[in-house]
Design a protein around this ligand. Structure first.
Ligand code: AMP
Length: 459
């Protein structure tokens, strides 16, 4: 079909315009830059390596203990957390990012993993798998809290959960996984542990506790006066001095445990002794969320003194949660560690831990001169990668000087240089970055030479 051309309007001759004077530098319209939301944090390239190392350490230990990876969505029905964590808790009442979705449903950004995991297990019938089901994950969580050091509105957790086994060894195993993970990262850790018994034990205890606290009401902080009505157990972990004094003579939950819960707790403790986990019995530890029962625990960096802010993570048993969310009765236990706080607690310039899986930083740098050499170097790097060796390089740079400067910056001990001549005769130069001494080797021997240098750790 012939294409009709649009009739073109005659082009009007433009009246000559006066050249506009150039806008002065100061009059130029400024484009506003944008920044992260309050309480949100970018992970910058300089931190990337540490994050990746900690992630790998988490993955290695989880797999070594037989946990399988799983993921749940960041966005969930708001009801999931309201029904599990419970009203009267800070997480649900104050901190959840809840909003209306386009279809009018109430959704939220997940504030924790446990409830999502339980939902997923019920939804997909995962409990029909051989028991126990052991899963782990890692990811972002969201709580609209007041930001301060170590407290963000978006943060990360490493989380492990065990479903389908009512045995104290499960609690001890989970505690040992978190404890050893932290210790492998060089963090001196103490576990605070307590039992809050069954729902019935707790109800009896709460009556006794409220009776006592009412007699001391005037000494309590304003928040605790409210907690006394809404969630009295939360008074136990208040850090206000007045409240702490009142709590010194408060009834202790351990005295209200049934024989069954007491025996269960004693077994957990015995296992921890055998596993050489350092712990402290902490009668004020309750963890505050509705779904916990029996064992509850938190992990603290031994050398950090500033109270609850330095808790690296925590967890506990939640045998009633599956039923609460419409599933069949299923015992369960889990922990979550806050990665931002773990990274903060890690000793800087940490000496490598014996037997740790953390990859040592590469110390070999590859430099190239000329287009053919660049291709050859890319091939060699891929060959090494396939054999499990990672090295440093900057393929975008063309000058040798610039590449050697980068090699210095990344503290490479050796640089392997390939130029036009080396491509032709199948050789490579190894340069010792400290002494500047260079030797020529056969390109086919690059892998062996790199391994030798890395293994020996020699200069
Ligand atoms: P929780 O289940 O609330 O005890 O949280 C477990 C761990 O997650 C805490 O011990 C912290 O390490 C970390 N965490 C919780 N909330 C935040 C937050 N707002 N910012 C950073 N880390 C957090």
């Amino acid at each position: 079909m012939p294409i009709k051309k649009k009739a073109q309007a005659p082009v009007k001759a433009k009246a000559p315009t006066k050249a506009k004077p150039q806008a002065k530098e100061s009059e130029k319209k400024e484009v506003k830059t944008l920044e992260t939301l309050r309480g949100m944090k970018d992970i910058l390239p300089r931190e990337g390596r540490e994050w990746a190392d900690v992630y790998r350490q988490a993955m290695d230990i989880a797999h070594a203990y037989g946990f399988q990876y799983m993921e749940t969505p960041v966005v969930e029905p708001a009801q999931l957390f309201i029904r599990s964590i419970g009203r009267g808790t800070d997480v649900v009442d104050k901190e959840m990012y809840v909003f209306e979705d386009k279809d009018g449903s109430r959704v939220c950004l997940r504030p924790e993993f446990t409830a999502s995991f339980v939902r997923a297990h019920i939804q997909h019938g995962l409990l029909n798998l051989p028991q126990p089901v052991k899963v782990w994950t890692w990811g972002q969580l969201f709580r609209h809290d007041r930001p301060q050091a170590g407290r963000y509105r978006q943060f990360h957790q490493f989380d492990c959960e065990t479903f389908g086994e009512l045995d104290p060894v499960v609690d001890a195993e989970l505690i040992a996984v978190a404890y050893n993970f932290l210790r492998d990262l060089g963090i001196e850790t103490t576990v605070h542990i307590n039992s809050i018994g069954s729902l019935e034990d707790r109800q009896n205890y709460i009556m006794e506790l409220v009776g006592y606290l009412k007699t001391k009401r005037s000494y309590l902080c304003e928040d605790c006066k409210k907690r006394l009505v809404k969630n009295p157990l939360r008074v136990l972990d208040c850090k206000e001095e007045g409240c702490r004094t009142v709590l010194q003579d408060a009834p202790q939950i351990l005295d209200w445990l049934s024989t069954k819960s007491k025996n269960f707790f004693m077994s957990v403790i015995e296992y921890l002794d055998e596993l050489k986990v350092e712990y402290t019995l902490d009668s004020t530890l309750v963890r505050g969320l509705d779904y916990y029962s029996d064992t509850v625990f938190e992990f603290f960096a031994t050398n950090k003194e500033e109270g609850s802010q330095s808790a690296l993570g925590g967890g506990g048993r939640y045998d009633g949660l599956f039923e609460q969310l419409g599933g069949r009765p299923t015992p369960a236990c889990g922990f979550a560690l806050g990665i931002e706080r773990v990274l903060y607690a890690m000793p800087k310039a940490k000496p490598p831990v014996e037997g740790s899986m953390i990859e040592k930083p590469p110390r070999i740098f590859f430099a190239q001169l000329g287009d053919q050499a660049r291709r050859r170097v890319l091939l060699l790097i891929e060959e090494l990668r396939r054999k499990g060796v990672t090295v440093d390089f900057n393929i975008a740079k063309t000058s040798l000087k610039a590449q050697l400067e980068i090699a210095d910056k990344v503290q490479a001990t050796h640089t392997i240089i390939i130029g036009q001549k080396e491509v032709q005769d199948g050789t490579a130069i190894i340069r010792d970055m400290d002494s500047g001494i260079q030797e020529t080797i056969d390109q086919k021997k690059v892998y062996q030479e790199v391994m030798k240098k890395l293994k020996r750790g020699e200069k």
